[in-house]
Design a protein around this ligand. Structure first.
Ligand code: ADP
Ligand code: ADP
Length: 234
């Protein structure tokens, strides 16, 4: 079974009299270990798609199987548990807690786990070392560059050893050189740990790190099952 199996997925928002079709009849499978870039104009449904894939939001109709399990049938706390165990999230603006250290930020997902994790500090330190921040464990976010802050966010995303990383415009606030460093980290995580990586981006250069690019337009998938060759060599 594919890791992600979405069929005839639609999401409609009702704003009073007006209905917004954020996603319409989206069908796609994403296999384990793949690296997917999600592209398309603003308002085309990318974030809505990521929110549903990440079990943060539910579809209006259609089905979503994550690792063979039907997500619609799950209760709210079951969804939260799946989300915490299987998925790591990375955002454009890092979303770190400003008042705690890099180590405490990276440790956060372990605090949400059902059972107490005794080696949480060691695991968070290991995750930070994996993104090259072994020397910055006790730094506050304000003492770190944008690229370093995004590395802390990536450490937080991998500390639970998730199957999937969902990153919504992770390089949107970073310069070109730093964007390349961040994308190289995603590529290494994809290749050495077989983590499935899905990245929303407006940048062709960022998308070139992926082995597949999917495009949304007006809530529809333009090329669901087509694989796209690498446009440039990096
Ligand atoms: P993108 O990420 O590609 O910019 P979105 O998924 O954010 O697109 O939005 C798709 C469409 O759905 C847009 O028209 C947007 O305004 C609308 N939309 C997204 N979230 C909501 C919401 N919570 N309530 C109402 N409309 C929404
Ligand atoms: P992006 O950078 O992904 O395009 P947006 O500005 O479209 O982000 O959306 C940011 C958040 O606001 C998303 O979680 C989206 O679901 C929500 N959102 C987008 N459009 C609307 C809307 N018209 N009404 C309510 N929420 C919205």
């Amino acid at each position: 079974t594919p890791l992600i199996d979405v069929r005839h997925l639609s999401k409609t928002y009702s704003l009073g009299e007006v209905e917004v079709h954020a996603l319409s009849d989206v069908t796609i499978t994403i296999s384990r270990g793949s690296f997917v870039a999600v592209m398309g104009p603003s308002g085309s449904g990318k974030s809505t798609f990521m929110n549903i894939i990440g079990c943060l939001d539910r579809p209006t109709s259609g089905s979503y199987f994550l690792d063979g399990v039907s997500v619609e049938s799950m209760e709210r706390d079951e969804l939260a548990e799946i989300r915490n165990r299987k998925i790591g999230f990375v955002f454009q603006n890092f979303n770190l807690l400003a008042r705690v250290t890099a180590l405490e930020n990276a440790k956060l997902p372990l605090l949400y786990a059902d059972n107490v994790i005794r080696d949480a500090d060691a695991r968070a330190a290991k995750a930070l070392a994996a993104v090259g921040l072994e020397g910055q464990l006790q730094n506050m976010p304000s003492q770190l560059s944008g690229g370093q802050q995004q590395r802390v966010a990536i450490a937080r995303a991998i500390v639970n050893e998730p199957q999937i990383i969902l990153a919504d415009e992770p390089t949107g606030a970073l310069d070109t050189k730093t964007s390349r460093e961040i994308m190289t980290i995603f590529r290494d995580l994809n290749q050495t740990r077989s983590i499935t990586v899905i990245v929303v981006t407006h940048s062709d250069e960022v998308a070139a790190y992926a082995d597949r690019i999917i495009y949304f337009r007006d809530g529809r998938l333009v090329n669901g099952e087509a694989a796209v060759p690498m446009p440039v060599v990096l």
